[in-house]
Design a protein around this ligand. Structure first.
Ligand SMILES: Nc1ncnc2c1ncn2[C@@H]1O[C@H](COP(=O)(O)OP(=O)(O)OP(=O)(O)O)[C@@H](O)[C@H]1O
Length: 584
């Protein structure tokens, strides 16, 4: 198959399906926006009502594309795949299959994350077809009354997902998640999980009877609808003569199946991505899927440029990636990236001293490291993740309501009112009238925000009292014990530091959250000796290496990597690419 090399300004034939491969900072998003403008100007197939669909990985990416389009934004539908399927497949057609799945269409209103509810777990276990087969140490009472078992069961149920097998979607839960960290309880496979697994769909139906959809249900129902009712695909093809997908390397097999159906006729499908930046294999994505994806008459393109990083940073990226030699188009030599050998604390102080007043963004592999890094920026931040501790210790029904209120307040304080009200609405999901629910949520949020100064630096208990009085009187009372101590010993502000709304603006992010973004100065902690191994013997077939590659490729001007140690041989090899520093 021939691949044509293009620049991020080059136009292509708008009436042929395409796949654009390009490395980090190549200008893929820039190219896509230009291509959409080209379609809007030159297409003869759009007419007055038809639109261009553009699928992005996050809502922020969708907003970026809209803002860069200037004109014609009303002619394109830019959204995540979940929102696209919800708006174009589920909302209009869910009633076709609703009774098959006990789904109450009347109460359907968007999609949400999966929150554990003890009430629903009990309801499910009590109606379970294998209830009579449950035996010691996993009898009904042992499962529902022993705290560790119940939490482990809840964790298992919140891992429910759908897997593609023999062209059908099957429901399953991840057995490794049937664990409660606080009590070190793990549920047995044969004695418990294998008996419960056959009725996972029944658990989902408890939510579906209330019209509630979780994010993962969107792909499930989307797929069911278009395979049972092929005319839906015809309608989509008629509505969207062009269908483009950015960051296609992280598209999971269900989405690919849906996209292939749409591409069968009429609609021109185009995908853009980079196999070396596929970092979501836990969602069923495989980096090889991007290479394998082909459509009839597909044109293949490659962009070799890197418009983001300095020459010295691109040199490191090229070393990590023998399959693609990027050309640094900025033509800024820049300083050699720093490889700091020592503790992350020393490395960070060094990086800050070089960056002076410029922002330095820290990218970490996991949330534990994000929190450790937050403490380097601000020593007042508690050393343990208080939100995790609260979830582990507290009653599930209470913590759910309190944390939603904390998150809604934090969003409100950041001025993100729409998201704040949406968060608050989750606490009022029992109100089926949407207008009433929104109104009530708005009033509750306004009240909590108006009293912010009265609880922000006070024990979380003050906030809990407000929530119990004004949001939900039925949450269990806090009387005594370790959980009461938690609420009195930690302030609202301390716990609020750990809610994930702050990820967007915080200088400490996980690498996964930073995907698609770019920053002038980047600090990456690599703690294990295997991390240095990644630099020495790159192999981007390994997902962990790809994750590090994504991190390093976010940097525009300066890059700092902290490693605990380096052997003389490693140093001799890496010194050509890096400025190796140690504590003086
Ligand atoms: N044709 C262009 N002219 C000027 N600047 C450009 C051009 N194309 C891209 N850029 C700039 O280069 C940088 C990288 O572009 P972009 O974010 O689109 O890359 P990407 O390929 O999507 O990167 P990644 O895969 O790493 O997320 C951005 O700062 C963008 O504004």
């Amino acid at each position: 198959m021939s691949v044509t090399t293009i620049a991020s300004d080059d136009a292509i034939d708008i009436e042929k399906p395409f796949k654009v491969k390009a490395g980090p900072g190549a200008g893929k998003t820039h190219w896509l926006v230009a291509h959409i403008k080209n379609v809007l100007t030159n297409s003869r197939r759009l007419g007055s009502y038809r639109k261009v669909a553009c699928i992005t990985y996050t809502n922020t990416a969708a907003d970026t594309i809209i803002s860069r389009l200037n004109e014609g934004a009303d002619r394109i539908e830019t959204s995540t795949i979940h929102s696209f399927i919800y708006n174009n497949i589920i909302k209009p057609y869910m009633h076709f299959i609703a009774s098959q799945y006990d789904f109450n269409v009347k109460y359907m209103d968007g999609h949400d994350e999966h929150f554990i509810s003890r009430k629903y777990i009990k309801e499910w276990v009590d109606a379970h077809p294998n209830l009579a087969r449950l035996s010691n140490p996993y009898t009904r009472n042992q499962l529902l009354k022993l705290e560790g078992n119940l939490k482990a069961l809840g964790n298992w149920l919140s891992s429910i997902d759908y897997k593609f097998e023999s062209r059908d979607l099957l429901i399953s839960a991840d057995n490794s998640k049937a664990y409660d960290i606080a009590t070190n309880t793990r549920l047995g496979k044969t004695g418990c999980l294998d008996k419960l697994a056959p009725a996972l769909l029944e658990y989902k139906k408890i939510f579906w009877r209330k019209g509630r959809l979780h994010h993962e249900d969107i792909l499930f129902f989307g797929h069911k609808l278009i395979t049972q009712y092929p005319f839906i695909v015809t309608v989509l093809q008629a509505k969207f003569p062009y269908f483009f997908i950015d960051e296609f390397q992280d598209t999971n097999p269900v989405q690919t199946e849906i996209i292939k159906l749409i591409a069968q006729k009429e609609t021109i499908v185009g995908v853009i991505g980079d196999r070396a930046q596929a970092i979501y294999s836990f969602q069923g994505t495989s980096s090889a899927d991007f290479d394998r994806f082909t459509l009839v008459n597909q044109q293949d393109f490659l962009i070799e440029d890197n418009r983001r990083s300095t020459d010295k940073i691109v040199q490191v990226l090229n070393h990590l990636r023998p399959d693609l030699r990027q050309k640094p188009l900025r033509n800024v030599p820049g300083a050699k990236p720093v490889l700091y050998v020592g503790t992350k604390e020393h490395a960070f102080t060094y990086a800050q001293s070089i960056c002076g007043n410029e922002a330095l963004i820290s990218l970490s592999r996991d949330n534990v490291m994000v929190n450790a890094m937050k403490r380097l920026y601000n020593a007042a931040i508690p050393s343990v993740n208080l939100l995790d501790e609260l979830f582990a210790k507290d009653n599930a029904d209470r913590v759910k309501v309190v944390v939603r209120c904390i998150r809604a307040v934090e969003l409100g304080v950041e001025g993100r009112y729409k998201e704040a009200i949406k968060e608050m609405e989750k606490n009022n999901s029992g109100i089926s009238d949407k207008v009433l629910r929104r109104k009530k949520s708005f009033h509750q949020l306004s009240l909590l925000l108006s009293r912010y100064s009265s609880y922000n630096n006070e024990p979380l208990y003050s906030f809990y009292e407000l929530v119990k009085t004004h949001v939900n009187a039925s949450i269990p009372s806090l009387i005594r014990g370790t959980i009461k101590d938690f609420y009195t010993n930690n302030t609202f502000a301390q716990v609020g530091l750990f809610v994930d709304t702050k990820n967007d603006v915080s200088p400490c992010k996980t690498i996964h959250k930073a995907k698609g973004d770019e920053f002038d100065n980047v600090f990456v902690t690599m703690l294990g000796s295997s991390d240095v191994g990644y630099l020495m013997s790159p192999d981007l077939n390994a997902e962990e290496q790809r994750v590090r590659y994504v991190a390093l490729s976010r940097a525009r001007n300066r890059l700092f990597i902290s490693v605990p140690s380096l052997t003389a041989t490693q140093e001799a090899t890496l010194t050509t690419l890096f400025d190796i520093q140690r504590p003086i």
